[in-house]
Unconditional design. Sequence first.
Length: 424
Amino acid sequence: MNFRDSEALKAVLEADGHTLVDNESEADLVLLNTCSVRDCAEAKAIGKARRLLQNKRTNLRYRLGIIGCMAARRGQQLTKLLPQLDWVLPPTSLNDIPHIIQETLRTNTPKVITNFQSYNFACYEQPLPFTPVRWIPIQQGCSMGCSYCIVPHTRGHQQNRPFDSILREIQTAADQGTREIILLGQIVNAYRDNGKTFVDLLHAIQAIDGIERIRFISPHPTFFTDQLIQCFKTLPKCCPSVHLPIQSASNRILQHMHRGYTQETLTALIQALRTIQPQLSLSTDLIVGYPGETDADFEQTVQFFKKIQFDMAYIFKYSPRPNTPAAELVAVHGIPKDVQEKRNQVLLDCLSQSSLRYNQQFVHTYQSVLVEGHAPKGAHKLFGRTIVNKKVIFDGDPSLIGSFQSVWIERATTSVLEGCIKPV
């Protein structure tokens, strides 16, 4: 979500006459878009801000602002910690930032906004450069109240983007040549707008010419209705890859987390998805070392992971976030860091085995790959993704970016497939 917010901010600033520079050392105005999900993310942002503020010693025009989730959570605290800041602005301020900047430059008065505003989703309709894949925000905030989560404190309660605004952005992207869209939301499948549901949205996108693939993140297991499950059968553009954040497989821990489901309901949901779509790729999020997590609780998660065979997972050591119910448990029920580390490694080892096993099935097969861009390493290397969201690296000409290519898969690792383009 922060990546897409940064894209929107860039667009609204350029529309207001600002020019993006390639090197931050050349900038007179810098905005740090921040995350608060983990404490280490905040620490890195504050360290970065401290270093950047040194530019004010040699550049009298230099301005620095902190925006995003950390700005929403810490507000005035940041101005005490970093007195030279010019702006502290929550994620709800995206549309207003050009006006706020002009006001500060005119009055030389810093601006700090600490109250949540209603989201104005218009910033997401600003023109963007062509990309083969477009991230489409459909909601902001979350009202689920999970005990460990900071999102309601940084982005507010769930607010849904107007249905027609979403379709306009997707149609514009399709007209530019975008072939895949990824719907974004904290609880994306809980989307509602004037009687329209998330399933209605998927059906509407299915009808847009030019869009070939639809994905979405992050859904909540509770909102996976039978109608949504059927979409993986009835909507050809709905990719057979699901990111299903489960966090834990211990019913006791899930109850403490206020997740609203059990291991048994998760099993039934995954069985239903795999019955409808046998080639389904399934990824997840997991938290290890949640306060009070016993060895038995953790072992339930390990065994569930092995049973389900997730082919990708984001595994996090629990990080207490201020003003969340779980943080209050740490003093008495906190898990030692060495135990967290050990549990984290156990799950990483499980993931390495399951992801490699899953990826190896594609070796010596042709896969349809949407070419997204240049690979990070290799002068002539491109990368793209398969329909089940597996990254593929191969040699190719940059003119292929934005097209679908049939790639012969030669090798598989835990994280990528490697191959080449050759005649079928």
